[in-house]
Design a protein around this ligand. Structure first.
Ligand SMILES: [Zn+2]
Length: 479
């Protein structure tokens, strides 16, 4: 127990300093390391395994909705980036440039992609000729570079990993439908796999993506009440199509501009998992996405038969389709318990000499540490049930946290008061004016998160200016 305490005490308590707690977890659970390039992180094997599970699930969902993967170049010529005015203005401050090839100065400098709309536009302008070529539903998995000033592992780094979907359609209706379809894919993924409840909504003009007509978002609430934008889906109209001359011949052989979307989710989701489910002992991973769902730990492993039985159980659990691991190292059971709690492994199976005599073992849940004594022959039914219960319990807990930290306000004074006393989502009505949005930011310290698709009527007027309200909106402090 002494070793266990020592290990645990190295994490800052989340109630004491949430930011410090977060960086402690990232380090102690061996998720990420800093590199010699400021603001760039190394995804260590455990985080990479988690990301690969996120990738494979999302990739399957993309393919089920008709998308194909492609790979685009990492470089964008400056002239290409500049074709769409709003887009270049939005990204210019955080673009990294390549100016030399070897020792030779390039005639035109190349931007390291911060996002790939322009490359997809150039490609679609070439390959789409007629209505028969549409829609084109492409996605790519890659990393992008944005020269951020302040960085934090997984939440904001200069290079990060993501997927970016880029699609073109014959009509506005189809493109809008695609925008919503992918928003829903993200929401379903977050709720069903990551056990993170999300608010689906539309961004204000101020917060929307550079060059988009409309940006939709899923907003999650972290344990500390702050918001994390966890995925976005953009409708572009034909703005890029006009800038990049993306035309196709319709059924009447008339040239028409294409309608476009893009959508992305990134390694930020790893940050979301940590900050939604983690506790003072470390990570807590949702079973559906955890690299290891169950770890077998022999107790009194030196006693005859214990290691053999533990190995036998491990083999049979793997055969059930559970992602299992066995720890036969020399470390003490107490050290191992703390280690896998830190790593957020959903279930721990303990088996010792007395258990073996009784034909049973002990299963311990990571989230609530509940112990269940299980007969060996019952493992096949009990393990899947416990994993399912744990997955649901994490979602329920996160939803409860969000509900308990969601407030309603009817005046700017009330908004300021709520913001001063709590961190969470604040629901209000809104006139739709930029001035009021900026005033809330300035005086209450909250940015608009989204205008939820599920609108509520909280009153008739904007709490800031008193003019007629157009939307219900949610405010918060964002990561
Ligand atoms: Zn207003």
């Amino acid at each position: 127990m002494a070793e266990q305490k020592k290990l645990v005490s190295e994490i800052t308590s989340m109630d004491e300093d949430f930011a410090k707690w977060y960086t402690d977890i990232v380090k102690k659970a061996e998720m990420a390391d800093y590199s010699s390039v400021k603001g760039c992180i190394i995804l260590r094997p455990y985080a990479q395994a988690l990301w690969e599970n996120i990738q494979s699930t999302l990739d399957r969902m993309f393919k089920e909705t008709g998308h194909e993967n492609v790979a685009m170049p990492i470089f964008i010529p400056e002239s290409l980036l500049q074709k769409e005015k709003d887009h270049v203005e939005g990204f210019a401050p955080e673009v990294a440039w390549v100016t030399h090839g070897g020792s030779e100065k390039l005639e035109e400098r190349l931007c390291v992609r911060p996002t790939s709309e322009t490359l997809f536009c150039e490609h679609y302008a070439k390959v789409v000729r007629s209505w028969r070529d549409l829609p084109k539903l492409y996605n790519q998995w890659c990393s992008v570079v944005r020269w951020e000033k302040t960085t934090r592992p997984f939440l904001r780094s200069r290079e990060f990993w993501w997927q970016e979907g880029h699609t073109v359609h014959a009509t506005e209706a189809e493109a809008r439908e695609e925008t919503m379809r992918m928003l829903n894919v993200y929401a379903t993924f977050c709720e069903e796999y990551l056990a993170i409840p999300v608010l689906k909504g539309r961004k204000t003009d101020k917060e929307r993506f550079a060059g988009a007509v409309e940006t939709y978002t899923i907003e999650a609430m972290m344990h500390d009440g702050k918001a994390l934008q966890s995925g976005t889906s953009h409708y572009f109209g034909d703005g890029f199509a006009r800038a990049f001359d993306m035309q196709y011949a319709d059924k009447n052989n008339q040239l028409q501009y294409m309608h476009q979307t893009s959508w992305g989710a990134s390694t930020r989701l790893i940050g979301a998992i940590i900050m939604t489910h983690g506790d003072n002992e470390g990570l807590v991973l949702p079973p559906k996405i955890a690299p290891t769902q169950l770890v077998v730990i022999p107790v009194a492993a030196h006693k005859p038969g214990v290691t053999d039985k533990a190995s036998e159980l491990y083999e049979s659990i793997k055969k059930m389709g559970v992602r299992a691991k066995i720890d036969l190292s020399e470390n003490s059971p107490g050290w191992k318990f703390a280690e896998y709690e830190m790593k957020g492994v959903p279930l721990r199976l303990e088996v010792g000499p007395r258990d073996i005599e009784n034909g049973q073992c002990v299963l311990v849940r990571r989230d609530n540490r509940e112990k269940t004594v299980v007969k060996f022959e019952e493992l096949e039914t009990v393990i899947p049930k416990l994993l399912e219960d744990l997955q649901q319990a994490l979602f329920d807990k996160a939803l409860k946290n969000r509900e308990e930290h969601t407030y309603t306000a009817h005046s700017l004074e009330e908004m300021k008061q709520v913001a001063a006393e709590h961190t969470g989502f604040v629901k209000t009505m809104w006139c739709g004016g930029l001035a009021c949005e900026e005033k809330v930011k300035e005086e209450a310290g909250m940015s608009s998160r989204c205008m939820p698709l599920a609108q509520e009527n909280l009153g008739d007027t904007c709490p800031v200016c008193g003019k007629p309200a157009k939307h219900m909106i949610v405010w918060g402090v964002a990561y």
